[in-house]
Design a protein around this ligand. Structure first.
Ligand code: ADP
Ligand code: MG
Length: 626
């Protein structure tokens, strides 16, 4: 395809459009050249089938008339090509000359009519002339015939040549068509080539970019390889260090395990020692707390020894009956494990109890009562108020237990706590953590299981996980208590409220368990009523309170005296608390007293009751370890 220049195709195209005209020109020229040697022959002048016009031919073949040579000389007309004239010139010239030799003017003059001889001679010469002419003409005719045959041959040749040329032309045309197809293909290819070239240049650019990128990445790779080798070195070093450290850790673990064993042994020893101290202090202890006067003034009849904090004197001045003798003062001396004056803070009070709370965590049952007449500060001591400093024993004990429990976790102890809050009024139990409808309040009964565990039916036993949760429960209990009382009937002072926290500790690693109960009891007011005032419901209340408080005293005493029968079942209070009292537990009684002089009688009663309890020595407690 490409070997054919485009221009050649064009040339073919243009030449073909004039095939019958100019195209023939070169052929004619060639033929003319070929014919040149035969030029003298007249016939050769007839080319391309173009015969001379009839006039010319007539001049050649017409029988010579007597009109004379002038006619012959004029004969060649416009249609005869000049060349014919030229080529036939010699013969024509001779004919002309012959005619010219006898011009009308120079020919024999007109014969006289009589000159017949002359006329005959003229006619004879004319005949001779004509004969000569005929002869030359027939010669010429022969020549022309030969020439015609030649011309015919030539024409046939030319026709063949034309045919060949036509075939060539059609071949050229085919070739041209093919070439135009090739051209369009070429154009397509060249446009494709352009596209590809653009693409190529794009790719080249991309390649350059990639090359740059690759170079930078290679550099990065080199850097990374270097870093890697550095890190490998570091790692090898670290691995060595790690191995050393691991060995160290192993040995340290062993040490830690040893130390843990030691710690556990130490903890067990601490418990034992703690218990010994508690026992030496007495498994039942009585603390006396004097409430401050409402106006903050001083009380004369209550005297606290400044030297120690264990005794209290209740002094009563008795007027002389006769008036003659001086007034006599009667002093009642009491001593307890601790006596707290009106200035003692909630924290000071708790510091003493916290040792017992620790015992509860160590697995001993602990029971703490607040005894005293209404208004003496029992609730203040047990529950206190909401501000931090004024918080009572219950929230502080709970706080201590949660914190100590969390600390013991590091030694493998897991503690769980369950709280309940129950009110005993007129020998009836009431759930203080009940949050349902008042109308659907269930009834409760105290049950003792085969394993001696005491439970209350239908009571809320709430699993507690935080101090705040316990504070919420205390608030709920307070609300429940206040809904039960009216302005005329301050029921809270005539009912016992018992907060119990069941503590369960497991040290699974050492297969040690402990279970204990911490009971914090706000007792009913211990005041005695004037019999005339107590009738009906009040009388029932009074009897119930009196019997339960005195039974509490009896139970403690009989436990102290190791009597075979302990009357737990006599009251709901002692029955509920039976596991927290007695040989297996530690008991603390707060005796709260009011400082007002008119409370003297009640104060004396309270102190007497408390000192009776204080005199009891309950058998050595043993921890509930399993
Ligand atoms: P009880 O529960 O024995 O009937 P309360 O605890 O309700 O007595 O105390 C009666 C009042 O005396 C309350 O207003 C209480 O705040 C207040 N009170 C009791 N003890 C103290 C004390 N140690 N310090 C200050 N106020 C006290
Ligand atoms: Mg109270």
């Amino acid at each position: 395809m490409s070997r054919l220049p485009v221009m050649s195709t064009k040339r073919v195209l243009t030449s073909s459009s004039s095939e019958n005209s100019q195209d023939m020109a070169p052929v004619q020229k060639k033929m003319r050249k070929d014919q040149d040697p035969q030029k003298p022959q007249t016939a050769t002048t007839i080319i391309g089938d173009k015969r001379p016009p009839a006039a010319a031919r007539a001049s050649l073949y017409r029988p010579v008339r007597g009109v004379g040579a002038a006619t012959v000389a004029v004969a060649p007309s416009r249609g005869v090509p000049k060349q014919v004239k030229a080529s036939s010139a010699p013969k024509a010239a001779s004919v002309k000359q012959q005619a010219a030799t006898k011009p009308a003017g120079t020919g024999p003059t007109r014969r006289q009519p009589w000159d017949l001889k002359g006329k005959v001679s003229d006619m004879e010469s004319k005949i001779r002339t004509y004969q000569t002419k005929i002869k030359s003409l027939s010669e010429e005719n022969e020549v022309l015939k030969g020439s015609l045959a030649q011309s015919k041959t030539k024409a046939a040749e030319l026709e063949r040549e034309v045919e060949r040329q036509r075939r060539k032309i059609s071949e050229f045309e085919q070739e041209q068509q093919r070439l135009s197809g090739v051209q369009s293909e070429l154009e397509k290819v060249s446009s494709e080539k352009n596209v590809l070239q653009k693409e190529l240049s794009n790719l080249e650019q991309k390649y350059k970019v990639n090359e740059t990128l690759r170079e930078s990445q290679e550099m990065e790779l080199q850097t990374l390889k270097m870093k890697q080798s550095v890190q490998e070195t570091t790692m090898a070093r670290l691995q060595a260090t790690l191995k050393e450290t691991e060995e160290l850790v192993t040995s340290m673990k062993e040490t830690v395990a040893d130390q843990k064993d030691e710690l556990h042994a130490g903890e067990m020893e601490r418990r034992q020692l703690h218990n010994t101290i508690q026992e030496l202090k007495g498994n039942i202890r009585v603390f006396c707390r004097v409430r401050p006067l409402e106006d903050g003034g001083l009380t004369k009849h209550i005297q606290l020894a400044p030297s120690d904090n264990k005794s209290i004197i209740l002094a009563k001045t008795e007027e002389s009956h006769t008036g003659k003798t001086a007034d006599t003062q009667k002093n009642y001396h009491f001593s307890f494990d601790r006596v707290f004056g009106p200035q003692a803070s909630q924290q000071e009070i708790f510091d003493e109890i916290s040792l017992l709370v620790q015992s509860a965590l160590d697995g001993y049952n602990v029971c703490c009562f607040a005894y005293g007449q209404t208004g003496s500060g029992k609730t203040y001591t047990m529950e206190g108020e909401e501000v931090d400093d004024t918080r009572g024993v219950i929230p502080r004990a709970v706080q201590q237990i949660f914190r100590a429990g969390a600390k013991l976790q590091s030694q493998g102890w897991e503690f769980s706590f369950t709280a309940s809050f129950v009110e005993i009024y007129n020998e009836t139990l009431r759930d203080l953590l009940y949050s349902g409808k008042a109308s659907k309040r269930p009834e409760h009964e105290i049950r003792k299981a085969a394993n001696n565990e005491v439970t209350v039916t239908n009571l809320t036993y709430e699993k507690v996980y935080s101090e705040d949760q316990v504070l919420g429960l205390i608030a709920l209990a307070k609300q429940n208590r206040s809904t039960a009382q009216t302005a005329l009937n301050d029921r809270s002072s005539r009912s016992h409220s018992v907060f119990q926290l069941q503590i369960e500790g497991v040290n699974s690693g050492r297969d040690v368990k402990c279970k204990s109960i911490l009971c914090l009891v706000d007792l009913a007011g211990s005041e005695r009523m004037v019999k005339s005032q107590s009738q009906g419901e009040r009388f029932k209340e009074m009897t119930s309170i009196n019997s339960s408080l005195s039974n509490l005293g009896i139970v403690i005493t009989s436990l102290a005296n190791k009597e075979s029968h302990v009357p737990y079942r006599n009251t709901k209070l002692t029955y509920l608390l039976q596991n927290c009292l007695g040989g297996n537990s530690k008991t603390l009684m707060f005796v709260n007293i009011s400082p007002e002089p008119d409370s003297f009688g009640e104060t004396l009663n309270s102190l007497r009751f408390a000192s009776k309890v204080n005199d009891c020595i309950i058998g050595t407690a043993s921890s509930n370890k399993k």
